[in-house]
Design a protein around this ligand. Structure first.
Ligand code: C5P
Length: 268
């Protein structure tokens, strides 16, 4: 029987680095939400494991045991044919590979050891707004139903995550402030978000100065409320008050920067 799954883009609305463990891994405090754009997967059980990949970002995606999708299927002890349609730019701070792997574990009903596949995999298991702490494995779903109209921009640039963490000078930064009270207006969440950070933004810009251009471009669009980088980059997001303003910003950016991936989305 064929099964299908959706692997949404993961966005870190905030990403605070609060310390570093003896093994080198960093302690994080992050508010994570998910987009309505993402990769798609199809599963057909069979006697052996096989992976095929298509889609706009299929180029350079390994279709063997180097792919997290393959590793997730192996972890769950499943065999069959997985077809992955890659709609998200990979290595872009929006958890493409992690969300794909989490979709495999979700479909196969296998939650154990998700962290062994990557720090972002546990939060992607239940793709809804959550606080992510520890090195990524401590996930607390948010009580509030948050919804943000957004634009995602990726400047076709791959920034290696380990290099960004390595360049980060100050490892012990303040955790996120307490969340706004339950049920407050979106404007209170916006004020809260503006006061938080992505601590990897500066080191990522040092490694790839183009990320600063993306943020400047987003900040120049009408009605933008906040622009910030997601994960270790290079994808950045802008938040807008309405779907219309987000759509207009995405269209304007796509026209001005045809080499960039610019999409309008709803984050929740
Ligand atoms: O777990 P994942 O494969 O996504 O992590 C990629 C790299 O990012 C790790 O090898 C590590 O260098 C860095 N990292 C970290 N602390 C984390 C998560 C990732 O230092 N909490």
């Amino acid at each position: 029987m064929t099964t299908e799954a959706f692997a949404p883009a993961k966005i870190n609305l905030t990403l605070h680095v609060t310390g570093q463990r003896a093994d080198g891994y960093h302690l994080l405090d992050s508010l994570v939400v998910f987009a309505d754009v993402g990769d798609r997967l199809r599963f057909d059980p069979a006697g052996d494991l096989r992976l095929t990949v298509d889609g706009p970002f299929a180029d350079g995606v390994p279709a063997d045991n180097r792919n997290l999708v393959w590793k997730a299927a192996e972890l769950a002890g499943w065999t069959g044919h997985i077809h992955l349609t890659k709609n998200l730019p990979h290595g872009g701070g929006i958890g493409g590979g992690s969300s794909d792997a989490a979709a495999v574990l979700r479909v196969l009903n296998y939650g154990a050891d998700a962290l062994s596949l990557g720090a972002d995999v546990p939060v992607c298991l239940q793709p809804r707004a959550a606080r992510m702490q520890g090195i990524g494995g401590d996930v607390t779903p948010l009580h509030d139903d948050l919804t943000f109209f957004a634009v995602l921009v990726n400047p076709a640039l791959h920034v290696p995550t380990p290099a960004v963490f390595k360049t980060l000078k100050e490892k012990e930064n303040p955790a996120m402030a307490a969340f706004p009270a339950e049920g407050v207006a979106l404007s209170a969440w916006m004020d809260w978000l503006k006061a938080q950070r992505n601590d990897l933004e500066a080191p990522a810009i040092a490694a790839a100065p183009q990320i600063a251009d993306v943020l400047t471009a987003l900040r120049g669009t009408p009605d933008v409320m906040l622009a910030r980088m997601s994960g270790s980059g290079s994808t950045c997001f802008g938040l807008y008050p309405t779907a219309q303003t987000a759509r207009a910003a995405a269209a304007a950016l796509a026209a001005e920067y045809p080499q960039w991936w610019c999409v309008e989305t709803v984050l929740s």
